[in-house]
Design a protein around this ligand. Structure first.
Ligand SMILES: [Zn+2]
Length: 85
């Protein structure tokens, strides 16, 4: 299972398993971009929750729209929709 942050305006997205350690999440954002502003936490899931508690939403780094947070499965449908962006 993975959690996906996806901007519905410009298709910026970031995806990682919820238990990914924070340093790995930051490494992955540094390498892949875009850099979503998350909260402090030990894991990707904690960082998302911290951001939601502090700010109420997570915004797209490009267009500043709140992003959708999905539990992404690696289904064929999901892969096809990902590739469109
Ligand atoms: Zn965007």
């Amino acid at each position: 299972m993975q959690i996906e942050l996806r901007c519905l305006q410009c298709c910026c997205n970031f995806r990682a398993p919820p238990d990914t350690p924070a340093p790995e999440v930051i490494d992955q954002m540094t390498e892949e971009g875009p850099w979503f502003a998350l909260g402090d936490g030990d894991t990707f899931e904690d960082m998302i929750f911290a951001a939601l508690i502090q700010r109420g939403n997570i915004r797209c780094p490009d267009c500043r729209e709140p992003v959708a947070i999905n539990e992404a499965s690696m289904s064929r449908y999901f892969l096809e929709t990902s590739l469109r962006c």
